[in-house]
Design a protein around this ligand. Sequence first.
Ligand SMILES: [Mn+2]
Length: 297
Amino acid sequence: MTGAQIRIHGLPMDIGQNRRGVDMGPSAIRYAGLAERLRALGYAVDDAGNIDTTAGTQTADAHLANAHHAAGVAAIAAAAYAAMQATIAADAVAIFLGGDHSCAMGTVAGSLTRPGRTGVLWVDAHADFNTPSTSPSGNVHGMVVASLMGMCPVPLRIGTTPLAASDIIMLAIRDLDRDERLALRASGITVYTMRDIDEQGIPALHKAIQAQFADCTSLHVSFDMDSLDPTIAPGVGTPVSGGLSIREAHLIMELLCDDGRVRALDLVEVNPILDQYNRTAELAVDLTASLFGQRII
Ligand SMILES: [Mn+2]
């Protein structure tokens, strides 16, 4: 992919969850040197700045039962969806900086408008597979995959093409709510938990991912920084122990780089307020460099 065009969009928003601070994630990741690292790898990088989230964050709560700020999230996700479509039209690789994970309602829905089949790799401690009827918290960032699959009520539906269960694979999952677990088991989604990573290792799971996505023409990686172990990525809103190690995370990125089909990346849930000296954002940049071709030797 060296020489390709990369377009970066920031999504400064935190209304999909209840701990303030992830709206500063785009600044933290930029400050950690994302664009410079990618340019050094040979890419033409266009930082398109932040998507205007002001209207969304100021939208009154839509009073959709048990889905806080649903209308505001939907408005921001719709803007992200449009930005993804413009990035596809420009034949650029898209990087979206969250913000909480609810922005992926728009970014992934945008990727589904790409010609050909798009495979989505959801790297996360959580499945984000609640709906307003199952969520214990009412936080919309825990409903993103269900929304993408058309299981949530309006306004939590962005785009026109629902995500098929066979087109998403989850990796690093280790924290599910009770009803969410039952729904996920019945969903047909391939879920690789931390136990699967412990038992089989990243290389074997990557082969299985490649097999399921063999006829995909592009891949979208939606990377929640809470997939990483909190000892190495403390700056996230919802940390869960027992996560990916630094090398497991780099290896999945390195293998995806070798694969060559990644056309979109979400980097979400970096919370600078909870971080230590910006190390979580710096790790996000390191992992992105691995995804885009940085090699040890
Ligand atoms: Mn998530």
